[in-house]
Design a protein around this ligand. Sequence first.
Ligand SMILES: Nc1ncnc2c1ncn2[C@@H]1O[C@H](COP(=O)(O)OP(=O)(O)OP(=O)(O)O)[C@@H](O)[C@H]1O
Ligand SMILES: [Mg+2]
Length: 310
Amino acid sequence: MSLIEQAAKRLEQLRQAGVELPDEPEVAAKLIQPAVEVPASSHTMVPAAPSSEAKIKTPSPSSPEVKLDLEAISASGLLVPHATRSQLADEFRVIKRPLIANAMGRGASPIPNGNLVMVTSALPGEGKSFSAINLAISIAMELDNTVMLVDADVARPSVLNMLGLPPSKGLLDVLQDNSVDISGVLLRTNVEKLSILPSGTAHPRATELLASDTMIRLLDDMANRYSDRIIVFDSPPLLLTTESRVLATHMGQVVIVVNAENTVQSAVKQAISTIEACPVKLMLLNQVRTAKTDGYGYGYGYGYGYGHEK
Ligand SMILES: Nc1ncnc2c1ncn2[C@@H]1O[C@H](COP(=O)(O)OP(=O)(O)OP(=O)(O)O)[C@@H](O)[C@H]1O
Ligand SMILES: [Mg+2]
């Protein structure tokens, strides 16, 4: 059964079980089925590099602080903390559970670097940034976790723009300049447990920097710095460039966003085959279209759900 068919079937089961599905053309998410894969003896850990230690003292009181305009963010359709019971918040409550459990070592088996969560997709425009931001905000609402949202889509960054923030130094500056450390560019926000690492100053060799040894050492240090911190990476699509694949081999968990309407199954399969070594791959079905009879006619919902990767 294809991913989309599984999703449709699961949604039908939810409907029959009395779960309310959305009747407005707005975001809605339902859990389709967690697909947590934990075999991964092949996962390669990168030895920590003591030299990068100084780059990771994060966040520190000296880190710049930005104010997120939560009203504007909410108006743009993104999740905001403490939103009155919204569909989107409910959806991400379900979506984040298995990720947090794996990150905190409460999954079926321990996952190396489980707190490094990469959000990617086969192709551009499938909702990676939208999902990564929502996921980060949702996890920041947890009592026990802090979150760093990293814009690792260095060729086409969009996190700051989507959050209404001006361009700012970030990851690329840390990677290309030894004198810049993360604490100097990491943005603390008015969402207490959320900090943002922007992609930084544009660089002609941005994609090479992203797949560089310095980046890999940085990742490993990030993973081990704070036990309660989950790091969410917005990243480039898997099928257009190779740096996402390199990045994925150092992540504990990879979330593959699939646009249920537009992505063909072969592209999804091909994308998954590029990141075989990653211990945990979760598929996030975005913009699922569900027909619903509500007595007044049909409505359509768009939503998220986890699906099996086959
Ligand atoms: N579930 C959703 N509900 C509403 N809008 C969505 C949803 N998913 C994505 N979008 C919107 O679709 C557009 C593309 O999404 P987004 O920028 O997150 O995709 P992307 O995969 O990060 O794209 P790129 O590959 O260009 O970085 C954005 O305007 C985003 O706000
Ligand atoms: Mg994006």
